[in-house]
Write a protein that binds this ligand. Structure first.
Ligand SMILES: Cc1cc2nc3c(=O)[nH]c(=O)nc-3n(C[C@H](O)[C@H](O)[C@H](O)COP(=O)(O)OP(=O)(O)OC[C@H]3O[C@@H](n4cnc5c(N)ncnc54)[C@H](O)[C@@H]3O)c2cc1C
Ligand SMILES: NC(=O)c1ccc[n+]([C@@H]2O[C@H](COP(=O)([O-])OP(=O)(O)OC[C@H]3O[C@@H](n4cnc5c(N)ncnc54)[C@H](OP(=O)(O)O)[C@@H]3O)[C@@H](O)[C@H]2O)c1
Length: 282
């Protein structure tokens, strides 16, 4: 399989017009993964503190001169000097039809008020932490997978990511690969720490080594036997879900079938849920 990755690291054009944006941050790198997915990094406001897994509002100035903002999960861990985001490109999307063209040196708007339910504090202590994501729903887990706190609280972390096609898995695949030699995590937990991170990427509309929806692979027990784990149970397992509304509803039902209960910041339980986007008509 060929990785079709174009890196846009061009220096900013010197005479590119830059509007003075409120809450402006500067783009430091952009990487296009497919024709509908890209990631980018921006400078981090000195005062911004967040818990890995949270989201912020980011955007650009709209045609009417007013900020056009959307919710975005911060994909970088909370110790990172910069902020990373992983984005869809919706062809006629008000924000992403423009955001997909950002270049190094451009400015975006970032409202420094992080919030969200996918935080470690919203879960009771347990043995294993499952991250269950489709598409760009992997973004909050890209943050949490790189946060030492995840491995401090849990013996094992399992990342299940499902997309329609194999190229849509590449951002997560590369991130997990890089974690094997992550300097911070190996320093804290030793060279073999990466064995505690189990990665289970699947596709549903193109052949790849692992196939099928997350819901099906859990209810059939395939993921547990493939990874050599016991079936999910409320004593040992904790989970975070991030995908489309339909995905979230279906996974929630599967987890409840295993006896897990939905929690929140104010009332930690066995799993938490967040939408990866607000779908049409919802
Ligand atoms: C809590 C939260 C966190 C989010 N985090 C991210 C993130 O980290 N990365 C990201 O790309 N988006 C994320 N989103 C979605 C994001 O807020 C915007 O919807 C997205 O950037 C598209 O903006 P738009 O203005 O171009 O189109 P919109 O008008 O916002 O969306 C148009 C349509 O595109 C589809 N769509 C929107 N976002 C996605 C997506 N991510 N994947 C698949 N289809 C989508 C939906 O059908 C939607 O109705 C998040 C949304 C929420 C609620
Ligand atoms: N991905 C693309 O190539 C593509 C291209 C053009 C436009 N779009 C549009 O963009 C929007 C989002 O597409 P997307 O591919 O990012 O998201 P998506 O349609 O939610 O699919 C992402 C993954 O989640 C799986 N999934 C969907 N619903 C599920 C559920 N209820 N339970 C378990 N698994 C579920 C899908 O499996 P299944 O394949 O089995 O559904 C797929 O593997 C859609 O409106 C789509 O029409 C997508």
């Amino acid at each position: 399989m060929t990785l079709d990755i174009a890196v846009n690291d061009a220096a900013p054009a010197p005479n590119r017009e830059k509007p003075h944006l409120p809450d402006a941050q500067t783009v430091t790198s952009v990487q296009h993964w497919t024709d509908r997915l890209f990631s980018f990094r921006v400078t981090r406001p000195a005062s911004l503190r967040f818990r890995s897994g949270e989201f912020v509002m980011i955007g650009l100035l709209g045609d009417n001169g007013k900020p056009l903002l959307r919710a975005y999960s911060i994909a970088s861990p909370n110790w990172d000097e910069e902020l990373e985001f992983y984005s869809i490109k919706v062809p006629d999307g008000p924000l992403t039809s423009k955001l997909q063209h950002i270049q190094v040196g451009d400015e975006i708007i970032l409202r420094p008020k992080p919030v969200g339910t996918l935080v470690l504090d919203a879960l009771l202590p347990g043995k294993r932490l499952w991250f269950l994501a489709t598409g760009t729903g992997i973004a909050p887990f890209a943050s949490l997978m790189r946060d030492p706190e995840s491995y401090e609280r849990f013996e094992q972390v399992v990342m299940m990511h499902t997309c329609r096609t194999a190229d849509e898995l590449n951002y997560g695949r590369e991130l997990v690969e890089n974690l094997k030699s992550d300097p911070l995590l190996t320093e804290i937990y030793g060279e073999n720490f990466h064995k505690r991170l189990l990665y289970y990427p699947t596709t549903t509309r193109e052949d790849s080594p692992l196939m099928g929806r997350i819901t099906d692979n859990m209810t059939s027990g395939k993921v547990f036997s493939d990874l050599g784990l016991p079936a999910m149970n409320p004593e040992e397992d904790r989970a975070m879900i991030c995908g489309s509304l339909a995905f979230n509803v279906d996974v929630k039902a599967v987890l409840e079938g295993f006896g897990l209960r939905e929690g929140a910041n104010s009332e930690p339980k066995e799993f938490v849920v967040e939408k990866a986007f607000v779908g049409d008509g919802i």
